[in-house]
Design a protein around this ligand. Sequence first.
Ligand code: ADP
Ligand code: MG
Length: 323
Amino acid sequence: MLHRSPYARSRYKQTPVDEFELIRRYFDRQRATPGVITGIGDDGAILSVPGTGLELVQVVDTLVEDVHFPAATSAADIAYRAVAVNLSDIAAMGARPRWMTLALTMPSGDEHWLVEFAKGLFKAADAHEVALVGGDTTRGASIVVTVNMTGEVAAGRALLRSGASAGDTIFVTGTIGDAAAGLALLQSGGNDDFLCGRFLRPSARVDTGARLVGRASAAIDLSDGLLGDLRKLLDASGVGGEIDVASVPLSNAMKSRFEQEERTRFALFGGDDYELCFTAADERISDLDDASPIGRVTGESGLVCRLDGDIVDYDDSGYRHFR
Ligand code: ADP
Ligand code: MG
């Protein structure tokens, strides 16, 4: 997650290889390993537990001070977010979150800070009955929080990035771009309770993820930005897609605070929303009221954006290049 936020993106511009190339080159050995149903490359790993009818889903995410959250972020918000981003990866697999461990690095053991941190941590975890079962505590120059979470899912039923097929509809849950807008406001000294709250306290779509099992053909959670994450899903499925930019759902707060160009940039490229993006044959999700159709899976490769029917290229400053 080197690219996780606009924050991270600017800091890591000089990285010699990008995150995914780095993982592919040094860590992904592409070997079949006993017990591993899905390894590197999805939102979580799927591990078999023979004889139980269940599989485990394993995820981990790290938040680094001044990279993934501004240093002024409250202890409770840091902890809440560290749990929520992991819940979101579990949700993207359609699994039920069960247990977590916590590795916490901090410069000092300030008691007030720890009381608040624990409050935020358990608020997020208790909402989904996730138990803290271990961890590690170390001293270090800045705050680094790693949560490792395990979920469970009926064997063979997990949602993957790789199941989309041509003709499926592309959906997103909730509204998109709010967290990036909220972070931009936090960084510029502005405020908007709703938008900043969407960055600081993302609500992972755990229930929706579980309801998508057997109905969505593929799913991913939106951590790095809609276009980038949707491309990962399409690539993993070996298909292409088309989205109608005007149908990407935006919040009223976003519409009232930001002009067209800027809100499009937040919606297409901003990260940290922790909504789900999934594909499904239309009729199978008609009862999900928190999901909006934004486009269609195609047999071509690559992702095409359309605005008023025209094909439009966006770069990540939000600039539109018409073809
Ligand atoms: P997410 O945003 O859901 O965390 P990504 O799209 O960033 O996932 O995917 C990267 C994939 O590579 C995931 O399957 C992740 O588990 C894996 N991954 C990331 N870093 C490493 C690493 N250092 N070693 C092994 N696998 C990694
Ligand atoms: Mg993910």
